[in-house]
Every structure is written in C-alpha cells, then in structure tokens.
Design a protein around this ligand. Structure first.
Ligand code: GLN
Length: 449
C-alpha cells in the first residue's frame, strides 16, 4: 500500500495536455515554469501539487474564484503552502472552487464551473472541485483543498479519490482565506490513502501565526501495513452510526458501505451499531453558523483594500457598488442570511440555539468515542456526482452535505475514499475519528483500500 507520489512535473504537464485538462476548467492559473524550491530536501522533492485558490500563494494570484479578488496577488504565503514548498513540492497551479468555498458543486465560481473528469456532464463536487479534478485527471497525485463543511470529502467521493479533513487545529489556517473560521480547515486530496497522509503530515503542525493551531507533535501519518498480516485491524472497533444509514439511503450506496464494513470485519475489526441522535440537525445548524461567520469575515471586501472598486461620489455607494459587483449570488445569499441570524431580534432564536445544538453534536461524538469506538464508518454523500445544473435549489444543494458537515461542527478528523461504483460513478466511504487520531484513520483506510 506504500504508493507514494511517483510522477514528476514533466509528466504532470504531459497529462494536462493529453487529457484536455484545460477543458475541465479545473485550474484558474498555472505556472508552467514552476520547479522545486532551491535547497529543498523533503519528502516531496519534484512532486507536482495543485492548490485551491483560497490559499495564499506568492507565485500566483489568490482569487477565491471571486470577482471581488480578481487579479489579487497575496504579499504573504499560507503556512500549508510554505510547508509543501519547503518539502520540495512544485506548485503547478491554483484550482477552481465555489466562490469563497460556498457550495457543493464548483458551479458557484465566478470563472465558470469545473467539470468532473470521469463524466464531463457532471459536477466534480465542491467547493474544492478544481483540486479534486486535478487529482482525478491524473495531473497531480496530491492537492490542497479547504473544508468548512465537507468541501474536500464530498468532491473526493464524486471524483473517486481520497480526501481528508484533519482535526480542527492540526493544520495552520494562516493564509487560508477565512469563510467560517470556527469550521475552516486546510484539507488534502490524494490518489491513494498514503499520498493523502503524506500531504497532511507535511502541512500539519503548530504555527504561531494561527492561535487555534494545536501545539502538539505531528505523528507519522503514512500508514505502514505489515506484509503478510491478514488481520491488520485486529482490536479496532468501528462504529456504524444508524443516522447515517437512513431508510431512504440509495440502496446501492448502502450496499457498498455494507461490503466495506464486512471487509473491515474480515481484516480483524469489530463493527458496532452506534447512534449520533442529533445528526439530522447538523445541516440546519451548519447553515446558520457558517453564514453567520461568513457575513463577518467577508465584511473586509469593501472595495478599499482589495480587488474590485466601483467609483462613486460617496463612501456608502462605493461600498455597495463594489460589493454588489464583486460578489456572486450564493455569496450574497450567505451574507444576507448570516447578517439576519446575527441581528438583534434573531440572535437568540437562531445563532445562539445553533451554537447550543453544535455543542450537543460535539458531545455526541465524544460520547461514542468514549464508549470504546475507535472510528466511525459512513457513506460520504447520499448520491454520486449529480449533473451540472441539476441542483438549482440552494436548499437541495445544502442537503448534499448531510453526512459531512457533522465532522466540521465537532472538529473531528474525517476522510473519504472510493468504495465502489453506482452507474459507473464513484461512491465514497467515510471514516471519522476522535480529535488528533488521524493515524488510526489512515491505518484503517489503507487496509480497506
Ligand atoms: N457546501 C458547504 C457550503 O457551501 C461546504 C463548503 C466548504 O466545506 N467549504 O458551505
């Protein structure tokens, strides 16, 4: 299972051109001259990587796929990007995304949607769809995305690759453009479990530029499976939370999960039925808290310091004109929703209640893990990749996050890996783990791979 990044930059560009990757609209900017940083000696020397366009890079613009940041070049670099570079990785491009990471399909980009490389009539998922497509098309084997509510795991599932959201605090958020700060994480895509683990191990660690980054040592994460051991998961207890297997779950997705669970048992694990009773509240809670934080974080795009400015004869009109022109429909919807739930008359009814339920959800995860369960296993998404334009109702789109937003609310690590096909489209299986238990998660995922 030790299949680490094996191709270099020349091969990346060959694949890019041969596969008409430009036609996928996965990249917003590319750097054909990029090479390994001078003096780099780490685990990724010569390895091409792609970076979601909400992570600050020095060499290429950082636009968050928004008009408001069109052409913006950051004067500083995200810590996760710096760590990749220092390990020798070659930043070959910035990837398309839903504007400001708001969406589940990469259709909300101001620069047009990204297409799913496995079926160009379908979405790659989102919001990190460009990074997922960059890996699924074979151009890179490791890419960075971001996760506020499933934006790495859901596109990983839709594109048939591995996607990881670390524990909140495991990776510095310095240089990740803020969407909802209490939920935001830098996440990693890989062609294999080992590659995703290697990417995460490289970018993890304490950073004094992010006060919420955890001051803990970074364990080795790349899974090592002993040759000849038929039961590498002996002693592992995997919980199967019933709320993630509702009666109306697509039976073909349920069947793939059951097969994966049976395989975990064959590998030595014990599977236990568990319950996370507040799961059905996660989507409504998420879509109150995330817009609330977004409405505050996005107040900085005022036309004064960044990007688009619409000239006007007074300050207020300048703000209004710049923000109206700069932000797309979904971002505007989130700002309005967030401002509403934080407003004086509604704060207690919506925001405060949502925070209380978030605490409950976090507590339920803690209780399950305290009961002797080491990992949870669930489907990643309720459906395979949908068609471009198929989910035109924002609420329907929000429901595609039903199995993924919980991990962000609770801050626990989670990952998706391919477990089968439905109508020729990949289906993802999800592991979730206690805070900072990424190595356990990678070990089980590698055994199942
Ligand atoms: N689909 C979710 C949203 O639109 C998740 C986004 C994310 O994880 N960045 O908010």
């Amino acid at each position: 299972t030790q299949r680490l990044a094996t191709h270099g930059v020349t091969e990346a560009w060959e694949r890019f051109d041969a596969g008409d990757v430009a036609g996928l609209n996965a990249f917003l900017a590319v750097d054909r001259d990029a090479t390994t940083a001078e003096g780099a000696t780490g685990a990724l020397v010569g390895v091409p990587v792609a970076i979601k366009d909400n992570l600050a890079t020095l060499s290429l613009p950082t636009t968050c796929a928004s008009r408001v940041l069109e052409g913006y070049v950051s004067p500083f670099e995200a810590t996760a990007v710096r760590k990749l570079r220092e390990a020798g990785a070659v930043i070959i491009g910035k990837t398309n995304m839903d504007e400001f990471a708001m969406g589940s399909s990469t259709e909300n980009s101001a620069y047009g949607p990204t297409l799913n490389p496995l079926d160009r009539t379908r979405v790659p998922g989102g919001s990190s769809g460009g990074s997922a497509a960059a890996v699924a098309s074979g151009v890179v084997r490791i890419a960075l995305g971001s996760e506020t509510g499933g934006s790495v795991r859901q596109p990983a599932a839709f594109c048939g690759i591995v996607g990881v959201k670390p524990t909140y605090g495991r990776v510095s958020r310095y240089g990740l453009v803020a969407y909802a700060s209490s939920l935001d994480n830098v996440g990693v895509f890989g062609s294999t479990v080992a590659e995703a683990a290697l990417g995460l191990e490289t970018i993890a660690g304490h950073d004094h530029f992010d006060s919420t980054s955890a001051d803990l040592p970074v364990p080795s994460m790349v899974p090592v499976l002993e040759a000849g051991n038929a039961r590498p998961l002996a002693g592992l207890v995997v919980g199967k939370p019933r709320e993630y297997f509702p009666a109306n779950l697509d039976p073909r997705i349920a069947a793939h999960c059951e097969r994966a669970l049976a395989q975990l048992v064959a590998l030595g694990a014990e599977v236990r039925d568990v319950s996370l009773p507040s799961t059905d509240l996660a989507v409504p809670v998420y879509y109150i808290i995330a817009p609330a934080e977004a409405s505050s974080n996005l107040a900085r795009y005022d036309g004064v310091r960044y990007g688009v400015r619409v000239d006007a004869d007074n300050l207020r009109s300048m703000y209004e004109g710049s923000r109206s022109r700069g932000f797309g429909a979904e971002v505007t919807r989130r700002i309005l929703l967030g401002t509403y739930v934080l407003s004086a008359g509604y704060y207690d009814a919506y925001y405060k209640r949502a925070q209380a339920v978030r605490t409950l959800i976090t507590q339920e995860f803690a209780n399950v893990f305290a009961s002797g369960v080491h990992l949870l296993f669930t489907p990643t998404t309720p459906t395979p990749a949908f068609r471009l334009g198929e989910l035109s109702d924002p609420y329907e789109m929000y429901l595609s996050d039903i199995f993924t937003v919980t991990a962000n609310l609770a801050g626990v690590p989670a990952m998706s890996q391919p477990i089968g096909l439905v109508d020729g489209l990949p289906v993802g299986g999800q592991f979730m783990a206690p805070h900072f238990a990424e190595p356990t998660m990678f070990h089980a995922a590698a055994a199942l791979e």
